[in-house]
Design a protein around this ligand. Sequence first.
Ligand code: COA
Length: 175
Amino acid sequence: MDAPRNEDPTAPRPAADSRVSLAILTVPGQANPFGTLHGGVMLRMADECGAVAALRHVGRGQVTTAAMDSMTFLSPVYVGERVEIVAEVTHAGRTSIETRIEIYAEALHHPGRRKVGSGYALYVALDDEGKRPHEVPPLLSTTEADRLRDEAARDRQAVRLARREEARRHDREFL
Ligand SMILES: CC(C)(COP(=O)(O)OP(=O)(O)OC[C@H]1O[C@@H](n2cnc3c(N)ncnc32)[C@H](O)[C@@H]1OP(=O)(O)O)[C@@H](O)C(=O)NCCC(=O)NCCS
């Protein structure tokens, strides 16, 4: 039986506790005219899976997507294939949670999944009214691998915040 979860919102939580996957069998309505899956279908699944991992880490309330970045598609997915998305929290800030998201595909007549996509998404925890950002538990960091993970996440977050500034600036330039 699993150990009872520590519900103290200030207690660091292990990344592995947030790990989650979801899978679908792809159908023609999800494909483009060439028979391969729309990138948008995978992005939606990736966002949903990443959000569930973030919610598992936070343990209550709501999360909203602040940024999806670096989603790289490595090979096409064909109609009828099984697509599986796996997500896990890779960083927790004050109110933000970063998740790594991996996408796999598997032809039903050739068991054995291949990696078709990989990326990160950044979620923000919101209060019970779904309005203001809300503090999240820290991510447990004990090993050298955890330290490297944290450092890489901080670098990615700096890039995202620079992009947010750029997006705000562009908005002003167009008006
Ligand atoms: C995400 C949102 C709630 C942030 O609100 P805000 O008032 O800008 O809040 P803050 O600036 O205090 O940011 C809160 C946290 O999110 C982070 N953050 C916000 N926008 C970010 C972005 N674009 N990239 C990276 N981090 C971001 C901040 O760094 C901060 O992190 P921290 O608390 O861990 O240090 C707000 O921008 C929003 O509602 N966006 C729309 C979300 C949405 O509708 N998503 C669905 C897709 S349409």
